[in-house]
Write a protein that binds this ligand. Structure first.
Ligand code: AHR
Length: 655
């Protein structure tokens, strides 16, 4: 790689600029930075900046998974959660349609004036858009000789019934019925109503409503706007499915990937680890339908061009909760789950699990390269389980990289115990988590400068700046501190191979945890300032770190400045990222060394700036968004006037 850079860059003299935003021709610069364009200090992994998905804050059901009906299979412990039945409606499980989801409803219209049917409330309402089409489907049977009529209705939030369409049900065997409905109104809090209008009895199960326009128009699809927002981050890695839900509140309720593949109607429901959270029970109705299971998550990785990184239970349930431990002599089924997952992702269609993948419509392998074992574990119980997984995976799949954990925090006893253990076991990457104050992020921009270069690589698997004084808002201060910290991730790309912000999604009407990268309601999406920081890194990752110094040192907070430089082998550009965390503007000159031949260099500056550190974006109005300006270059160095509270990314073409 280094040679390629040299061949492209050497012999070029950069020529710099006329004035533009955040660019100056002043001679009284306060700071001079130097970038050596002829040297690659480290390769930047294509996986470097990624995303981490967990079903928290209604991120899956009610969020990214586009199903609009809550409790579609009547499997919640209280089977009418999400539904309001009226008239004669019973929950049954005799001779069910789906063995793993045996409940269904039996509706009887007794011919009297009492109506019989049920309403679904969706996830804090059903979001419908005027003129959009929705695919409504269900499974049904009836003993009646003549066809039975079901009225399917869209009811708006003012309880006005605005759409009615009759659907016929006939036959004594379970049968799928599908109909496309067009919404005559826009409302984020609508309901779906089903009324049996013919006297008699019908059985209904798996009652489902999806927008036709899902991401890539798949029937069991994802919400298009949310999936698009992920694509727009240009992520290199996609970690899933959590988080604490990997571990479960109990071992029984851990995330079991085998329950999430195969026909969607037969994936058994699981209670969500975030069904309750300390200190109060907030969400007794939070379950995982697994409609968006491992197949869909692998498929999404592929769609957005990110390497999949599934994480599995190591045989410990969430240690913040019950902390149940699988005895070591009973760990084999857990290890087998990991081996089978690799087969599901990569195995030939003739293998047991490769066949399942192929039957779901993906005969080609997903090309899995990494797997995580355990989430935020701690104590001796973790390494003693992890090493059994490592041995089995290395034996069968020596090329798969294994990610271990350093526990739930950025430092401390658990962290200090686990890192040497991870080295001893020989994992490839260690997952570090830090949810800390903005100040910590600013102060830790040099965190990795002195990390051991010979040990496992770092996966900054969950991090977010928590401005507790502002109620942990996704404000500009938190975003700026993350941008500053990330200069240190990039500068240390030889050690840090992956980084993912957490959590990813939050429904504005149903969340347990903040801050979060993307907020949404049933119709709209709001990208936070933190999202744009991630996007600016993801879109401008580069391929190689270039040495950047100020007074002979990396720029990691001196005079509130943070900076990193990269070369992009794909485009032949130098990429400079600079943060000014001061309330005052700063003048900076960047000298580019290691260039020989004089050439014109021009490019763009994309920046985020706000004078108000408390500023947030809100649904419908994103105030803090990246702005892009051209940069004209006509000298060998670039003079910049960095605005107060500023994060800028400069892409400069070497021609
Ligand atoms: O991101 C939210 C939670 O934070 C994750 O589930 C867990 O790993 C961490 O404690």
């Amino acid at each position: 790689m280094k040679q390629i850079i040299l061949s492209v860059v050497l012999g070029v003299i950069l020529v710099f600029p006329v004035k533009s935003v955040a660019q100056t021709n002043r001679t009284d610069v306060q700071h001079v930075m130097t970038i050596d364009v002829s040297k690659s200090a480290a390769k930047i992994q294509p996986t470097m900046y990624g995303i981490f998905f967990e079903d928290i804050n209604f991120g899956a059901d009610g969020g990214l998974y586009a199903e609009l009906v809550k409790n579609r299979s009547f499997e919640f412990p209280q089977p009418f959660v999400g539904w309001v039945p009226f008239g004669n409606v019973k929950v049954m499980d005799e001779n069910p349609c789906f063995a793993k989801n045996p409940h269904y409803v039996r509706i009887t219209n007794d011919g009297s004036l009492t109506r019989a049917g049920l309403d679904n409330e969706g996830f804090k309402g059903i979001g419908l858009k005027k003129g959009e089409e929705y695919r409504f489907s269900f499974y049904a049977r009836t003993a009646a000789v003549k066809p039975m009529r079901l009225s399917v209705e869209f009811v708006n939030s003012a309880s006005e019934n605005r759409l009615k369409q009759n659907v016929e049900i006939s036959g004594n065997e379970w049968k799928k019925v599908t109909v496309i409905l067009k919404s005559p109104f826009t409302d984020a809090h609508s309901r779906l109503r089903l009324v049996l209008t013919t006297p008699g009895t019908v059985d209904l199960d798996h009652i489902s409503l999806f927008p036709v326009k899902t991401w890539k128009e798949r029937e069991n699809g994802l919400r298009a706007d949310l999936a698009q927002a992920l694509y727009d981050l240009n992520p290199g890695v996609f970690r899933f499915p959590g988080g604490c839900i990997v571990e479960g509140t109990t071992l029984e309720t851990r995330y079991q990937w085998k329950n999430t593949v195969g026909p969607v109607e037969n994936r058994p429901l699981n209670i969500n680890r975030w069904n309750y959270t300390f200190p109060h029970k907030f969400f007794p109705d939070y379950y995982q339908s697994y409609g968006m299971g491992f197949f869909e998550l692998f498929q999404l990785s592929e769609d957005i061009g990110a390497e999949p990184l599934p994480v599995l239970s190591c045989g410990l349930s969430c240690q913040y909760e019950k902390g149940e431990e699988v005895p070591l002599d009973q760990l084999q089924p857990y290890i087998q789950d990991a081996l089978d997952l690799i087969e599901f992702a990569n195995g030939p269609v003739t293998s047991v699990w490769g066949k399942v993948r192929a039957e779901m419509g993906h005969p080609e392998p997903f090309n899995l390269k990494m797997i995580g074992i355990g989430n935020e574990q701690w104590g001796k119980v973790y390494p003693e389980r992890l090493e059994m997984f490592v041995e089995a995976i290395r034996t069968k799949y020596p090329d798969i990289k294994i990610v271990g954990s350093s526990g739930p925090s950025a430092g401390g006893d658990r962290f200090d115990y686990l890192w040497p253990e991870m080295k001893r076991i020989g994992v490839d990457l260690v997952d570090e988590h830090y949810y800390m104050e903005p100040d910590w992020f600013f102060k830790n921009a040099a965190r990795y400068d002195n990390y051991d270069r010979k040990g496992p690589k770092v996966f900054a698997g969950e991090y977010a700046s928590h401005d507790k004084k502002s109620g942990k808002a996704n404000n500009f201060l938190s975003a700026l501190s993350e941008a500053a910290f990330m200069t240190g991730l990039e500068r240390n790309a030889d050690v840090v191979h992956l980084a993912t912000y957490a959590p990813l999604f939050a429904h504005v009407d149903a969340w347990q945890w903040n801050p979060d990268l993307i907020w949404f309601d049933n119709l709209r999406i709001m990208r936070t300032p933190n999202y744009y920081v991630q996007q600016m890194y993801g879109m401008n990752a580069g391929t190689n770190v270039l040495p950047l110094k100020m007074d002979g040192k990396p720029v990691a907070g001196q005079d509130n400045l943070y900076a990193t430089a990269a070369w992009d082998d794909c485009t032949g550009e130098v990429i400079v990222k600079v943060v000014n965390s001061s309330d005052k503007a700063a003048t900076v000159r960047i000298d580019f060394n290691g260039l020989k031949k004089q050439r014109l260099l021009s490019g763009t500056c994309t920046y985020l700036q706000s004078d108000n550190l408390k500023m947030t974006n809100v649904l419908g109005t994103e105030t803090i968004i990246p702005r892009t300006r051209p940069i004209q270059v006509n000298a060998q160095s670039l003079d910049l006037e960095l605005l107060p509270y500023y994060f800028g990314v400069y892409r400069l073409q070497v021609r």
